[in-house]
Ligand binder design. Structure first.
Ligand SMILES: Nc1ncnc2c1ncn2[C@@H]1O[C@H](COP(=O)(O)OP(=O)(O)OP(=O)(O)O)[C@@H](O)[C@H]1O
Length: 347
């Protein structure tokens, strides 16, 4: 059995619907109308101990709902979850000893008290042996550079400082798995980097299994060799980021800057031989966008350079962020045989 196993997971939320008008309000009280919202439709995956996995999807795809089920906060409508052999919502207390959680938008620290008091409370809640607590606190405060913050009330910390303390708090009891929901949201580049370096170290040195939701591509590039993408409550991709890059990052952009203004018509005529090459002109800048599988880059460059050598030339492939939004938008299908086998695929 894998360390985390999720099979046919589904979560529905049933919410009351208010009818309009005075009569409607009255009717809603006597006979409430209900609406069922499917947040997670059917998701299956397996994660081995020590893996580091990104869990991606557009807003409302069902990421946070999945994490809440994995941590036992929510009970699935159907399907099953096991984390370290336990069913999180059934054995919440026992599971919590193995699980660490960080919700970027919510705090587990007590706002009016010094940071250290929250850590002490966690020591008590998780019955962390004194020696383990002392060792972890010492090591983590040093790596995260938060020793000088321990006596400060949480409410006086900046977002970056608080997030470092949140992550420290989530790992004090030596969990085997850490669920992170947008851990770097709203942070500046330096704060993001500190947090990524720490999480990476915990995964590498302590073998902490990571499942991370994020909208920040650099989090994924740095931390997660494996990526799962969900959309509308269903898993649409499970494999490496590299595979997506290699198979879908087909759009290439060339930007050529000249010393003189250009004519859009001439540019369009020049590249008309290449079907699918989009040429746009803005004063002295020519931009070409094309599919690298269909158009030979060397031949295109030769045509461009022979026509008139530019002052500057840059070439860029579609970045992974844009690429994933394209996958959401166009619903690109991925060659399933090249992906990691899902639980169903594995039989
Ligand atoms: N308690 C709830 N009651 C009703 N609907 C809910 C509840 N929690 C979440 N939803 C709905 O379920 C869907 C999935 O929400 P979820 O928060 O899991 O998405 P997400 O992928 O984490 O999105 P985001 O990236 O915006 O955080 C959304 O349509 C949301 O409105």
């Amino acid at each position: 059995m894998a360390f985390i196993e999720v099979r046919h997971l589904r979560k529905e939320f049933v919410t009351p619907v208010r009818r309009s008008g005075r009569f409607g309000t009255l009717l809603s009280l006597v006979r409430p109308d209900k609406r069922t919202m499917v947040a997670v439709e059917d998701i299956s995956f397996a994660i081995e101990q020590g893996e580091s996995v990104a869990y991606l999807g557009p807003n409302g795809a069902g990421k946070s709902t999945t994490i809440k089920m994995l941590t036992g906060v929510l009970e699935p409508t159907s399907g099953s979850i096991t984390v370290a052999g336990d069913i999180p919502h059934k054995n919440r207390k026992r599971s919590s000893y193995r699980i660490g959680v960080v919700f970027g938008q919510r705090s587990q620290l007590l706002f009016d008290l010094p940071v250290r008091d929250s850590f002490e409370l966690l020591r008590y809640m998780y019955s962390i042996p004194r020696e383990v607590y002392r060792r972890n606190l010492e090591e983590f405060t040093e790596v995260l550079e938060v020793a000088h913050l321990l006596e400060r009330p949480v409410r006086t910390l900046s977002l970056g400082q608080r997030m470092r303390c949140e992550i420290l708090a989530s790992l004090l009891h030596d969990p085997d798995v850490l669920f992170l929901d947008e851990p770097t949201i709203g942070l500046d580049v330096v704060a993001k980097e500190r947090i990524r370096a720490f999480i990476e170290k915990m995964n590498r040195d302590k073998g902490v299994t990571l499942l991370l939701t994020t909208h920040d591509m650099q989090d994924i590039e740095r931390l997660c060799p494996r990526t799962m993408i969900i959309d509308k409550g269903k898993l649409i991709y499970d494999g490496s980021l590299q595979y997506i890059r290699d198979h879908f990052a087909t759009e290439r952009h060339i930007r050529a800057t000249y010393d003189h203004p250009l004519l859009a018509e001439s540019a369009a005529a020049l590249f008309a031989v290449y079907e699918g090459v989009r040429a746009t002109v803005e004063e002295q800048v020519l931009r070409l966008t094309y599919d690298q599988r269909r158009t030979d880059t060397a031949a295109l460059l030769k045509l461009l350079l022979d026509a008139s050598p530019p002052r500057d030339l840059t070439m860029q492939d579609e970045n992974i962020d844009a690429l994933i939004s394209r996958i959401y938008r166009e619903g690109l299908t991925v060659n399933p045989s090249a992906q990691r086998l899902s639980l169903e695929g594995a039989g």
